[in-house]
Design a protein around this ligand. Structure first.
Ligand code: APR
Length: 238
């Protein structure tokens, strides 16, 4: 970190980043998991036994993306991505497209994306903005009934794990924004980064979480307030 190289930055974001845009979080009052049982809509078993219900859940969430916009926290992270002089990586657990709509490029969707579907037959991954039905045909292989939301469900392996692990080995500043820290492996990233020698770990959330002890700093408050403020601080010190 000292000398000629610039510090590397890794960000992990969760549903709290998009909450003020109007995207529902998962846990807590009004959270998605208050109104739906995880095992009914977010597991491979649910998709096998009740595909219509699973499609309805993700169709609703996909459609609701058209009613929301990126907020000041998404914008600030894009400013950080563009102006940070060292290595930068934003890992998001969010399946919305608000980071890319704000302009993010160095972004990994470790839990998949609402606006993508994939074919379980030919493995094609496709952009998909409308509703997905059990009868929908894959535009690549033409088979019907083989498309699924490109969402990492409970019991499935998150995407980009190798790339993420490599980034955590060399990260100098780790930021965590709006995640409750209960879903692994993401919930373990702060501890892993610290074990690899990361000395500055900042958690941004409305409140303390089950993983707060792994951080060296806390910024409590709404993401649209605390994230732009921290980005300003980091850039003026870089
Ligand atoms: N600003 C900052 N933090 C916020 C805000 C806000 N405006 N609103 C909510 N939060 C915080 C909450 O305090 C909570 O800790 O965001 C967190 C949201 O937690 P969850 O709803 O559990 O979402 P997340 O941590 O992203 O969930 C992880 O669980 O169900 C799976 O795959 C799903 O990716 C998701 C994963």
């Amino acid at each position: 970190m000292a000398g000629l190289t610039h510090p590397s930055l890794v960000i992990l974001s969760g549903a709290g980043l998009s909450a003020e845009s109007g995207v529902a979080t998962f846990r807590g009052a009004d959270g998605l998991w208050e109104g739906h049982r995880i095992e009914d809509v977010a597991t491979p078993e649910a998709f096998k036994t009740q595909p219509e219900l699973v499609h309805r859940f993700y169709n609703m969430r996909r459609a609701s993306l058209k009613t929301v916009e990126p907020n000041a926290a998404h914008d600030a992270l894009v400013r950080l991505e563009r102006e940070w002089p060292g290595p930068f990586l934003h890992i998001t657990q969010n399946v919305d497209d608000l980071n890319e709509r704000a302009g993010a490029r160095k972004l990994l969707h470790m839990h998949g994306q609402l606006r993508q579907v994939r074919c379980t037959w030919c493995r094609a991954v496709l952009t998909w903005d409308g509703d997905l039905e059990t009868s929908s045909a894959c535009p690549e292989c033409a088979r019907a009934g083989k498309l699924r939301p490109d969402i990492v469900w409970f019991g499935e392996m998150p995407y980009y794990i190798d790339e993420i692990m490599r980034a955590l080995e060399t990260v100098d500043i780790f930021l965590c924004i709006g995640t409750s820290g209960v879903v692994y492996p993401a919930a373990g990233f702060a501890r892993l980064a610290a074990e690899h020698g990361c000395a500055r770990l900042i958690e941004m959330n409305l409140e303390r979480t089950g993983i707060s002890d792994h951080f060296t700093e806390q910024r409590h408050g709404a993401a649209t307030v605390v994230v732009p403020a921290l980005v300003g601080e980091l850039l003026s010190a870089s």
